[in-house]
Design a protein around this ligand. Structure first.
Ligand SMILES: [Zn+2]
Length: 309
């Protein structure tokens, strides 16, 4: 990191692009954002470059910083072409190479779950920990693993993607009869962890148990009623069952949670107890914490992609 005074990160979202400069301790010194150009790839690239230049100029930097970028989806390890992006204009493009060319700077890229994990491992909830598994519980379920503040990468570029493992339903303590499954996942498989633990998955569970809709925010704010408690008890049972698989394989010091459902306080009181009864060990010392940086995790993690360079 020779003479570099800042880290530059961009979070490329479906509706907005957010950019930030961090100092080497992780404090955000400058921010900028703009709307994501609608379904226009070339304009999206230009917008990202402009934000980077804008930040460097407002910080009076003469150096051109390398860029870390948080994206939806990921490049195929075979072709480098983007896949699984909900901002579909990115799919089929070599985003990383194109940005390097247009912005004339080196670029590293990671998805939102990996960025959240790296952000929290670098200077968030996991800063004191060696092995951190990050979980996003939101519209979908994603994950990432960091070891000594570096992301775990593999040949398939899918480490942490536990959301599309099958939910081990046979290990759940009690499944009420009113639950209907298998649940079909968008990926074509049945009963993926995501179909049970995402926000829509939780809402479907509540609907099937109690024949009423639920707004997930109701569970994180205010006092849950008995029906909410019942749904949450089942959710925590499912979550601990799914996490036991992670703990048995990776044995993380910390599991850190981001996404809308990470604000549900019961997760942190109930799941550790359930988890201890489900892992292949007489004790479970793995800690569970909410992400410290919340919605900034994407842009911060993107910047930290160059933190250990
Ligand atoms: Zn799936």
């Amino acid at each position: 990191m020779a003479n570099r005074s800042r880290l530059l990160g961009v979070d490329l979202g479906g509706t907005k692009i957010e950019a930030a400069l961090l100092d080497l301790q992780g404090a955000v010194t400058h921010r900028a954002r703009c709307k994501t150009p609608r379904e226009n790839y070339a304009e999206t690239l230009s917008a990202i470059c402009e934000l980077c230049e804008q930040l460097e100029s407002s910080a009076n930097l003469t150096e051109r910083l390398p860029l870390g970028i948080c994206t939806p989806g990921s490049p195929s390890p075979d072709t480098g072409l983007m896949r699984n992006c909900n901002s579909t204009s990115l799919n089929g493009h070599t985003l990383c190479n194109d940005l390097e060319e247009i912005c004339a700077r080196p670029v590293r890229m990671a998805n939102d779950a990996d960025c959240m994990t790296l952000s929290e491992a670098s200077d968030g909830a996991g800063t004191e920990e060696q092995v951190v598994f990050g979980v996003i519980l939101g519209t979908g379920v994603g994950g990432g693993a960091a070891i000594n503040r570096s992301l775990l990468h593999g040949p398939n570029a899918i480490s942490g993607e536990w959301g599309h493992n099958p939910m081990p339903l046979a290990r759940v303590n009690e499944l009420p009869e009113s639950l209907q499954y298998p649940r079909l996942c968008y990926c074509g498989r049945e009963d993926c962890i995501e179909t049970w633990l995402s926000g829509p998955g939780l809402a479907l569970t509540h609907e099937q148990l109690h024949r009423e809709p639920i707004v997930v925010e109701q569970l994180s704010k205010g006092t849950p009623n008995n029906r909410h408690r019942e749904t949450l008890a089942l959710y925590n049972d499912l979550l601990s069952t799914a996490l036991a698989g992670i703990v048995n394989v990776l044995d993380p010091d910390l599991v850190v949670f981001g996404g809308g459902l990470s604000n549900i306080p019961f997760i942190y009181t109930e799941v550790p107890r359930l988890l201890a009864s489900k892992v292949f060990s007489d004790v479970c010392r793995t800690k569970l914490k909410p992400a410290k940086h919340g919605d900034s995790s994407g842009v911060r993690g993107a910047a930290w992609l160059w933190g250990n360079a």
